[in-house]
Design a protein around this ligand. Structure first.
Ligand SMILES: NC(=O)c1ccc[n+]([C@@H]2O[C@H](COP(=O)([O-])OP(=O)(O)OC[C@H]3O[C@@H](n4cnc5c(N)ncnc54)[C@H](O)[C@@H]3O)[C@@H](O)[C@H]2O)c1
Length: 333
C-alpha cells in the first residue's frame, strides 16, 4: 500500500513531499497533470504519474498496482478571480475531480483521505476570527467548490468506511528554507508572491485593493502561514487518522494572527532594504476586510506547533526563493 499525493508538482504538494521525506518514512506515489505545477518540483526517485486526478480509468490502473492506504489531495484550480469568470471549470476540477478520485480510491481499499480545503469556505459571515463550526458562506465558485467537496467527502467517509480530514488552509506563503522549491505562477494573485515579483523587478508595483476597510490601517488583514508549517500539519493529520474515532473532521490551519497588506509591504521593505512601490486601487469584489484562523482545534488535537510563525521569516524565504528562481532562469507558467 502507498500514500498517494495529487498535485505533487504544485506549491503546497511539493513542500509536503519534501517534508514527508525529511521527517518520516513510507512509500509515496505522486500524481499531477502538470497543468500548473512543474516537473522540477517532483523528486526523480519517486514514482510519478502525469495524469488527471479525476481520470478514473488511469486511477484504477494505478490503484490496482498499488492500493491507496492514504490519499492527500492537493490538486485543484486555485484562483478565486478565475473561478468567478469560469465557474464550471472550478466545479469540474475541484468537485468532480474529487468525487472521481474518492470513488476510485475507495474501490481499491482507501483507508485515509486528506483534502486541501481553504479559508475561502467561510466567506462573508461578518466574523473575523473563524472556528471550524462557524457558518460557511463562500462568495466565490472556488470557495463553494471546496465546501461542496468537503460535504461530499464527509458523506462518502461515513458511508464507505474510510476516514477523511479537510484542512482549511489560510494564506499559504513562503518557501522551503533551503530555497530548492517555491511557488511559481505566471498570474500570481497572492500578495506575498506579487510582492516578491515587485521586489525582484518582475512587476512594476503592488495593487492594494482598498484602504478604507474597518481594519487598523484600512487595508485587508489575513492570516499568513508558512508553507513548511502547513506541510508538517499534514504529517499530524496522517497520524491522527490512525486513531480517529469518527469518519470525518475539519481543521483550520493558520497561525491565528493577522497582518494587513501594509504590514506585509513593510516587512518586504525591511527584509529587502528597498522601498516597494504600491498603489491603492478599488476594493476587489468579494474580498473580506479581515479573516484569521481560530487554530485552537489543530493545536490541541494534533499538538501542532508552528516553527516559522514570523512574517519576516515568511517574507525572507519567499524572497530567497524568488531570487534563486530568477538566477536559475526558472520560467513561471
Ligand atoms: N496556496 C494557497 O494559499 C492555498 C490556500 C488555501 C487552499 N489551498 C489549496 O491547496 C491546494 C494546493 O494549492 P497550491 O497553492 O499548491 O496550488 P498549485 O497550483 O501550485 O498546485 C496545484 C497542483 O495541482 C495540479 N493539478 C490541478 N488540477 C489537476 C488535476 N485535475 N489532476 C492532476 N493534477 C492537477 C497542478 O498541475 C498543480 O501542480 C489546492 O487544493 C488549493 O485549493 C491553497
Amino acid at each position: 500500500m502507498a500514500i498517494f499525493v495529487t498535485g505533487a508538482a504544485g506549491y503546497v504538494g511539493s513542500h509536503f513531499v519534501k517534508c514527508f521525506e525529511r521527517e518520516t518514512s513510507g512509500k509515496l506515489v505522486l500524481i499531477d497533470d502538470l497543468s500548473r505545477g512543474s516537473r522540477r518540483n517532483v523528486p526523480k526517485d519517486l514514482p510519478f504519474y502525469q495524469v488527471d486526478a479525476g481520470d478514473t480509468r488511469s486511477l484504477a490502473q494505478i490503484f490496482a498496482a498499488e492500493p491507496p492506504e492514504a490519499v492527500l489531495h492537493f490538486a485543484a484550480s486555485i484562483n478565486v478571480g478565475e473561478s468567478v469568470r469560469d465557474p464550471l471549470r472550478y466545479y469540474r476540477n475541484n468537485l468532480v475531480t474529487t468525487i472521481n478520485l474518492v470513488n476510485t480510491a475507495r474501490l481499491y481499499g482507501l483507508k485515509h483521505f486528506i483534502f486541501s480545503s481553504t479559508a475561502a469556505v467561510y466567506g462573508a459571515t461578518g466574523l473575523t476570527k473563524v472556528k471550524e463550526c462557524d457558518p460557511t458562506l463562500p462568495d466565490s465558485p472556488y470557495g463553494q467548490s471546496k465546501l461542496m467537496a468537503e460535504n461530499v467527502l464527509a458523506d462518502a467517509a461515513r458511508t464507505y468506511g474510510f476516514k477523511a480530514l479537510a484542512l482549511r488552509y489560510f494564506n499559504v506563503a513562503g518557501a522551503d528554507t533551503t530555497g530548492v522549491i517555491g511557488p511559481r505562477s505566471a498570474d500570481a494573485s497572492h500578495l506575498i508572491q506579487v510582492a516578491c515579483e515587485v521586489a525582484v523587478g518582475e512587476r512594476e508595483k503592488i495593487s492594494v485593493f482598498g484602504n478604507d476597510y474597518n481594519t487598523r490601517d484600512g487595508t485587508g488583514v489575513r492570516d499568513y502561514i508558512h508553507v513548511d508549517d502547513l506541510a508538517r500539519a499534514h504529517l499530524g493529520a496522517l497520524e491522527l487518522l490512525e486513531t480517529m474515532d469518527k469518519p470525518f473532521d475539519i481543521f483550520n490551519v493558520g497561525y491565528g494572527k493577522g497582518y494587513s497588506v501594509l504590514d506585509v509591504i513593510h516587512a518586504f521593505e525591511h527584509i529587502s532594504g528597498h522601498t516597494l512601490p504600491y498603489q491603492i486601487v478599488d476594493r476587489r469584489p468579494g474580498d473580506l476586510p479581515e479573516i484569521i484562523a481560530d487554530n485552537r482545534k489543530i493545536t490541541e488535537v494534533f499538538g501542532w506547533v508552528p516553527r516559522h510563525n514570523d512574517i519576516f521569516e515568511i517574507v525572507k524565504t519567499a524572497l530567497n526563493w524568488e531570487r534563486k528562481r530568477r538566477k536559475k532562469d526558472i520560467t513561471i507558467r
